[in-house]
Design a protein around this ligand. Structure first.
Ligand code: SF4
Length: 434
């Protein structure tokens, strides 16, 4: 195994001698029967040098590494089962890892329908630690925001969130979170109070922030999506948003739809009565997702004209538009009075701006400036930064240009359901509602 340079050349050593050693290091019956066929190899640190050092043979398995590999496998399986969960919202999978165990009681039941079996094409990871880091003397970078309960700074492209006290003279922190630039990887350090909450269970947010929207609204801006203050439902297969502020009647509308579904007036699946997500999937290239793939299949099967693929309208599936794509509506776990939520999604067919009144009517709204104004008033914001606003303004601009929008005035008699039914029928068939 030694090459004497006094007897040869560097070139011969490099080009002939060393490659020839490969046959001595790899292969052979011993390797093939043991490490070469080992189904635990990915958990093992074995390499031919270990074999040589421990047993004098490059192909020999190493008994203590076999033991370590078994422990490693058990640790990983235990971590997957006891310390990791996946949740999927708006095509984004959130992998939650925690130093404390996660069981079926850790998170509130509202998360149940969002649970996923494993990572998706677009997976974001957050890791919970319980115990606060020592930040004394640490450079936290440039402070971007300070208003209790948060101070946010940026350093080397990463974001640092400090949970600060409302008392100006209290320097204690209740949590610290760090995220990479696009917020796809985060570490969250929780104090003892939050550690106790975790152990008690029924936790209402995956991040243990007051709301997961702080994270998800930011992620959506990079994915051509946003949260809207709205009630959302899938009605006869069509995604419909009833947009309005608190007290506008979102929960009332939701309850009317539930009753209409129970009566059999239409097929109703409630997504969420308070916050829903709209997201546009590009017609061709975009973040991989089942929905994007579905949209792509739709485009591929569309008829051609002058040799070009026809791009379906994002909302009706008919006609064509520059860039194309499909808007979809997604439920969230951020509900209001109606604790009914769904992780399901559907193509967006109508946005209704709701107003309580003494009449029941739905009229088309075509003034794009007015639509933009109404949508902007109902966008849910994370900690606003210039780039988030820029991306979200683009999304809202596009949505106002492409979504069929209506003003819905309604009383509490439930008669509005008939109007909604006819709007859905018209939107699906691509006609307007007079
Ligand atoms: S040392 Fe043991 S566990 Fe590791 S690859 Fe070889 S047979 Fe498998």
């Amino acid at each position: 195994m030694r090459y004497d340079l006094r007897q040869g050349t560097v070139r011969e050593a490099w080009e002939t001698f060393i490659p020839a050693l490969a046959d001595k290091v790899h292969g052979g019956a011993e390797y093939a029967e043991n490490c070469g066929a080992c189904d635990n190899r990915k958990n093992c640190r074995w390499c031919p040098v270990y074999g040589w050092l421990e047993n004098g043979r490059f192909s020999a398995p190493v008994a203590h590494l076999c033991e370590v590999a078994k422990e490693n496998k058990m640790f990983k399986e235990n971590w997957q089962a006891q310390h990791r969960r996946y949740y999927r919202i708006a095509g984004i999978t959130i992998q939650v890892d925690s130093d404390l165990p996660i069981d079926d009681q850790t998170f509130h039941p509202k998360f149940t329908s969002f649970r996923a079996d494993g990572p998706g094409a677009d997976t974001v990871t957050i890791r919970h630690h319980f115990g606060m880091p020592d930040l004394a003397g640490k450079d936290l970078g440039r402070e971007l925001y300070r208003k209790p309960p948060w101070a946010i700074s940026r350093q080397n492209g990463s974001y640092i969130y400090l949970g600060i006290s409302p008392q100006a003279d209290d320097p204690s922190l209740h949590r610290v979170a760090t995220f990479n630039a696009d917020h796809t990887r985060g570490r969250i350090y929780n104090d003892d109070v939050r550690g106790d909450s975790w152990r008690k269970g029924d936790v209402h947010s995956l991040t243990m922030f007051p709301s997961d929207q702080i994270l998800i609204a930011r992620l959506l801006a990079d994915r051509r999506g946003c949260y809207l203050h709205s009630a959302g439902a899938i009605l006869n297969g069509a995604g419909v948003l009833f947009v309005g502020h608190s007290e506008a009647g979102k929960s009332t509308t939701t309850n009317m739809l539930i009753e209409a579904g129970a009566r059999g007036d239409m097929e109703v699946e409630i997504l969420c009565d308070d916050r829903n997500i709209v997201r546009k999937y590009p017609a061709a290239n975009g973040i991989p997702s089942p929905q994007a793939a579905e949209a792509q299949k739709h485009i591929s099967s569309s008829s051609t004209r002058e040799g070009h693929k026809r791009i379906p309208s994002p909302l009706t599936g008919e006609g064509e538009g520059e860039g194309g794509g499909e808007w979809r509506v997604y439920g969230t776990w951020s509900h209001g009075d109606v604790p009914l939520v769904s992780a399901n999604d559907a193509p967006l067919r109508a946005i209704c701006f709701i107003e309580q009144a003494n009449e029941n009517s739905i009229t088309p709204l075509t003034d794009r400036k007015e639509i933009t104004r109404r949508l902007l008033a109902c966008v849910i914001k994370p900690f606003v930064t210039a780039d988030w606003w820029e991306k979200t303004l683009d999304v809202i601009g596009e949505l106002s240009n492409e979504a069929p929008c209506y003003v819905m005035r309604f009383d509490k008699t439930g008669e509005i359901v008939g109007e909604i039914n006819s709007v859905i029928g018209s939107a699906v068939h691509g006609s307007t509602v007079g």
